[in-house]
Design a protein around this ligand. Sequence first.
Ligand SMILES: Nc1ncnc2c1ncn2[C@@H]1O[C@H](COP(=O)(O)OP(=O)(O)O)[C@@H](O)[C@H]1O
Ligand SMILES: [Mg+2]
Length: 296
Amino acid sequence: MEDQAEKLREMMRQKKEGAELGSAKSREGKRARIITITSGKGGVGKSNVSVNMALAYARLGKKVVVMDADLGLANVNVMLNMIPKWNLYHVIRKQKTMREILVETEYGISIVAGASGFSKIANLTEDERQNFIDELDTLSNADIIIIDTAAGVSSNVLDFVAAADDVVIITTPEPTAITDAYGIIKIIATEIDSLNMGLKLVVNRVHSVAEAKKVADRMTNIAGQFLNLKVDYLGFIYDDPVVSQAVLRQRPFMVADPKCKASLCVQHIVGRMEKSDYKESGGFSGMMKRIFRGGE
Ligand SMILES: Nc1ncnc2c1ncn2[C@@H]1O[C@H](COP(=O)(O)OP(=O)(O)O)[C@@H](O)[C@H]1O
Ligand SMILES: [Mg+2]
């Protein structure tokens, strides 16, 4: 038995090494932690949280990839002042491999640019779908993959939620944002086999710890009571003028001002993430199973 398992692990290791990312070292067959950032309402800070969390992870020595899965408003590259030539669309159409479209930034994180016109993974042909998931799997040699999604569930968001080890839901204290955040949690609960993934909440743009806690308590209580879902309160981010300045100057706030209120909050959040356990959810290769759970 032991022998068999070891053989299997060795095979996995070799497969991983074959798919090694750039010059990164293989991590003994352990795949990347996939963190999907989502929200109900748009404009609540998903892209800022994605990029700056990635930078906070990079400061801890982690190898991080940010994947822009927001179709309509692909803007991770804009926030970083980059104009990538290729994006996920070219990978789906088999014109490029994931490794070819991966771009290193000057900040020690890599990005995968988003694709407009990218339909749900479930809508791709069998061949395209398998190829795409294999390509996604080649990213798994990173330590952390952060997926920035579009707001709501109109597009492929659920596909990327299904791949996640952790889903971080962002809301602001605005009642509309809270209502929409609850809406997305409900959809995740019903559409995806979410038992293994950690659902986490970040309250962005708050003015006090108490304000954040009030929002978080409300959300976690409602999710527990009505959906029987455990949502962990991961932390909050202060409303901070440095954030919009950073967006304007196309230089992430974690880089522009690592000591500003927002940066300290993001570092705290990443610290909490690092402390929280997570069960590997099956990753990209497991996502199809979960997308189709209870479906077809
Ligand atoms: N913590 C914050 N403090 C101040 N402004 C913020 C904060 N978070 C987000 N913003 C503002 O909200 C805008 C939208 O953020 P963004 O990350 O693009 O949201 P999303 O990706 O959810 O659409 C930013 O450009 C910034 O001006
Ligand atoms: Mg965004």
